[in-house]
Design a protein around this ligand. Sequence first.
Ligand SMILES: Cc1cc2nc3c(=O)[nH]c(=O)nc-3n(C[C@H](O)[C@H](O)[C@H](O)COP(=O)(O)OP(=O)(O)OC[C@H]3O[C@@H](n4cnc5c(N)ncnc54)[C@H](O)[C@@H]3O)c2cc1C
Length: 383
Amino acid sequence: MFADSEYTGFRAEVRAFCESEIAPLAAKADEEQIFPKENLEKLQKKGWWKIQLPEEYGGINYNTVQYSIIVEELCRVCGSTGLTVAAHNSLGVGPIYSFGTPEQRDRYLKTDSSQAVLVAFGLTEPQAGSDAGGTQSVAVRNGDHYVLNGTKSWITSSNLCKYAIVTARTDKSGGVKGISSFILEKGMPGFSIGKKENKMGCRGSDTAFMHFDDVHVPVENRMGAEGEGFKQFMITLDGGRISIGAMALGLSVGAFEVAAKYAATHKQFGKPIGEYQAIQWKLADMATRIEAARGLIYGASVMKDKKQNYSQQSAMAKLYAAEVCNFVTSEAIGVLGGDGYSPRYPVERMYRDMKLTEIGEGTSEIQRMVIARAILKSIKVDA
Ligand SMILES: Cc1cc2nc3c(=O)[nH]c(=O)nc-3n(C[C@H](O)[C@H](O)[C@H](O)COP(=O)(O)OP(=O)(O)OC[C@H]3O[C@@H](n4cnc5c(N)ncnc54)[C@H](O)[C@@H]3O)c2cc1C
């Protein structure tokens, strides 16, 4: 299997943990729309809240293929947990490590090792989703601090997090170059969490609005120079897209396995439905597309680790894996018939969770834009 065989033992270990510790809580988290507190602690013990950070920050320093395998295996059993882990690692602690000052890294990453300290990523606003450069939150400098006002929507782990990195406009005339990023702490006066979303899928993940009402943010909480926020967040999304691709892969594998087992055992007209060619072709198409998605995801992961330009590949990996996930989870319900349409089997939850992979960290339309732009940029036109 592409780029995977050297990780067979690693995957087996990760899978055993996910099956014994995460899977049993998945249906309840979905039904009650609450992220299981136990998972915070269990994942903290595994080091999975700092998967790619160096040891000096309490991390386990895994490469991106290992990180992708972890997200995949989590999502194979629980999309909500996988999404929460992916958002925190790729979009929370990752950018603080990449763009933060040594003081910011020390303060926000060298956290109490006995506790899960989550970091949220606040980019999306009610009027600025795909067009994230349309950020309307504003931070006005006033001596040693900024006064921050605005609203962020759809923020993963809004309630669970202790810190959040957010974008706000520091120069109204500056387009995307007028956007800066800030690290906020829970408890800062004026920083509040608003309405929780009642979602169709990933219901065990914590998604809500964030409100900023005259929040005084010290200048030392700005990440990088003024005007660098948009660029930092776009670079961050390049990496994050690999993990959402891995999420789509995990949901696909989970749904496929249920469907294959069902096909081998469930009988109609006196024999297992897996003996009918119509069902066999479904399984063959599902398995083939899963392998293709896996190749794209690990390919982008390896490119990231080699510090190559992987922006186009991560967009391709996410786009394709999300489309595969849509196909596979839908076909899995088809294989199970009425059983697939009920929570007796996890495929209906996986089908609902799947939809996030086509939306979060850039919709499929936006991925196509990213890919096409990279293609056209690479074309040399003779004068
Ligand atoms: C469960 C969940 C968790 C999320 N977590 C986070 C988070 O932690 N942090 C965060 O910042 N955001 C988060 N988001 C927000 C997510 O990134 C946005 O929903 C996404 O970027 C799309 O933005 P939008 O919802 O405003 O849709 P819109 O941008 O309004 O898009 C609506 C439709 O128009 C299409 N469209 C828009 N522009 C174009 C164009 N130029 N060409 C063609 N089609 C276009 C889109 O593809 C889509 O089909 C989360 C979303 C969900 C659902």
